[in-house]
Design a protein around this ligand. Sequence first.
Ligand SMILES: NC(=O)c1ccc[n+]([C@@H]2O[C@H](COP(=O)([O-])OP(=O)(O)OC[C@H]3O[C@@H](n4cnc5c(N)ncnc54)[C@H](OP(=O)(O)O)[C@@H]3O)[C@@H](O)[C@H]2O)c1
Length: 341
Amino acid sequence: MDKHSDSINTARNRREFLKDSSKMAALVGGVACFGAFGGQMFGADSKTQDSKKDSKTQSSNAKDSKITESNHAITLNNGLSMPLVGLGTYDLRDSACVQAMQDALSVGYRLFDTAQMYANESEVGKGLKRGLKAQNIARERIFVTTKLSNNMTYAECKKEIDVRLKKLDLGYIDLLLLHREFENSKDMWRAMQEAHKAGKVRSLGLSNFSQSAFLDFIKTCEIKPVVNQLETHVFFQRREYQGVLEAHGVRLQAWSPFSKGKNDFFNNEVLLKIGKKHNKSAAQVGLNYLVSRGVSVIPKTSKIERMRENLNIFDFTLDKSDIDSIAKLDTGKSSFGWFNA
Ligand SMILES: NC(=O)c1ccc[n+]([C@@H]2O[C@H](COP(=O)([O-])OP(=O)(O)OC[C@H]3O[C@@H](n4cnc5c(N)ncnc54)[C@H](OP(=O)(O)O)[C@@H]3O)[C@@H](O)[C@H]2O)c1
C-alpha cells in the first residue's frame, strides 16, 4: 500500500470527506444521498457504500440505479470506483454542452471528462448540476475529471486548481490530471497533492505520459497517479503499455476511443462484420474490446441516441476469433499526426 491509500483509508479522512460531501450533496442536488442501493456510488470507496445504506435513499433512487445507471466500474489504486464508460466533452460548447450533460446523466452516464483546455468546465458543471437536481441524483454518484493543460509553477498551479474547482462548481474534483508531461510536472504534482490532502481533489492522474516519462515520474510521487489517459483505440491498442501501467497499479483510460472517426473507424469492415454477428455497431464493438481489457473509455458525442449506443456495450462477449481479428487492426501508431506519447 502506498501512502496515499493509507491516508485515504483512515476513518478520520473518510469521515471528514463525507462531512464535506454531504454539504455538497445538499448544495448541488438538494439531496444528501449516500445510499449505494446495489449500484456503484462513484468516487466512493466500498466500505463507505456499505456503511451508509439507507432504506429511504434506496427507494428514492432505485429507479435510477436499476434502469439507467451503468454499474460497470473499475477500482482505482486509492480504493475509489470509476465507471468504465464516460462521456468525453472536447468540442462541446455553450448550451449544447449544458444540454449534453443533462442528456448523458438521463441515459446513465456517471463519468465526465473535461479539461482546462476545452474551455467548457463551467458548462459541464452547470449541466451536471441541473441534471443532478432534476433527476434526483446525488453528487457522489458521478465522477468528474478535469485536467491542467498548461505548464505552471507550483504557485500558479495552486491557483489554477482553485479556478478549475470554481468553474466546475461541483464542490470537489474526482480526478485531476496533468494533461501531458510539462517542464514543471513535478512542481505541479506537488500542488496537486496538496489539493488532494485539502479534500479539493479525490484522485490524481496523468495523461499523455510516454512509458519512459511515466516510469521516471512515478519514482518521485508521494501520491501515486490512478490513471494515465492515452490515445487508445483498435488502431492503437497499447496492450504492452497497459501491462506496464498495471504493474504499477495505474489504470489505462482511453481518449479518442473511436480514433475520432479517423481511418474510417465507423465503417471498418472487421468491426462491422463482428458487429453483425452480435447485433452491434462498429462503435460498440470497438468500445467493448477496450472495456473487456479493463480500459476505461470516454467517447464523445452530443447526440443522445449515440450516448445510449456507446453505453450499451456490456451485453455481449467477443469470442476468441473476434479478439484475434481486432488485435490485427493495431498499427502501433497514433492516428493523430501531432501526437506521439
Ligand atoms: N487527454 C487528452 O489529451 C485527450 C485528447 C483527446 C481527447 N480527449 C478526451 O477524450 C474524449 C473522446 O475523444 P474525441 O472526442 O477526440 O474522439 P472520439 O470519442 O474517439 O470520437 C468522437 C467522434 O465520434 C462521433 N461519434 C460518437 N459516437 C458515435 C457513434 N456511436 N457512431 C458514430 N459516430 C459517433 C462523434 O460525433 P458526434 O459528436 O456528432 O456524435 C465525434 O465526431 C474527448 O472528448 C476528450 O474528453 C483527451
